[in-house]
Design a protein around this ligand. Structure first.
Ligand code: SAM
Length: 214
């Protein structure tokens, strides 16, 4: 376990490197995220008393949007202690905790909806992305749903590997590649949306929902 995580009662944060956590800690005070979750799809499909987890919640941007939309049975998790500290300062009313999304302190089949916004974009290694997708499947109840938004790679790009301006290794997706992470779900709906990236240049995201047909 990394030195900066000692004393927090965290165990087994082994699926994520210390270096990567430090990168997120370093930018936690200043970074502004912007990936737009499809809130209309969430409002359409998710009842207000659903138990919702926001994984890779950062400083609580999406978690607070969900609270404002009327979702109160909410919890956010992030690997970065500093992100959670910023979130708690800004949104003290939110239930936010430090944990690796691949090792959630949650029971099997206990969650109605998982939300991810640029979480998989922030996990450059395929095996770690798969570990997180498996963990989502474990905690979701039967009939549960994943609502997400992740960045797409530029047309013609040879690889999804990408380094952010802050020097953080990231992954940009082909739509089909993102779909494959959720092959355990029988239904998949997605919407491609153009957005300005953090650097201001145009980029695109895929908003999606993964669920099982009834
Ligand atoms: C691009 S930010 C997005 C934050 C937030 N979802 C939003 O859209 O405003 C990605 C976040 O995922 C967190 N993260 C990366 N890998 C993680 C993991 N394995 N488990 C939990 N959080 C993780 C990072 O610390 C960072 O705060």
């Amino acid at each position: 376990m990394g030195r900066h995580l000692q004393g927090l009662g965290l165990r087994d944060l082994t699926t994520f490197s210390d270096g990567m956590i430090r990168c997120w800690d370093d930018v936690a005070g200043t970074v502004q995220f912007s990936a737009p979750l499809n809130m209309a799809a969430i409002r359409d499909r998710v009842v207000l008393n659903a138990r919702v987890l926001d994984l890779g919640c950062g400083y609580g941007r999406i978690t607070s949007q969900l609270l404002s939309a009327g979702y109160e049975n909410l919890r956010g998790y992030d690997i970065s202690v500093k992100m959670i500290e910023r979130a708690k300062t800004r949104y003290p009313q939110l239930d936010l905790k430090v944990a690796d999304a691949a090792k959630l302190p949650e029971a099997d089949n206990s969650v109605d909806t998982v939300v991810v916004s640029a979480l998989f974009t922030s996990i450059p290694e395929l095996q770690r992305r798969r570990a997180v997708a498996d963990e989502i499947r474990r905690v979701l109840k039967r009939g549960g749903e994943v609502h997400g938004v992740e960045f797409l790679r530029e047309r013609g790009a040879e690889s999804g590997a990408f380094k952010s301006k802050a020097g953080i290794e990231m992954w940009h997706f082909e739509p089909e590649e993102l779909r494959r992470l959720f092959t355990g779900f029988t239904r998949w709906e997605s919407w491609c949306v153009n957005v300005p990236s953090l650097s201001g240049s145009p980029s695109a995201v895929l908003q999606f929902v993964a669920y099982d047909s009834a």
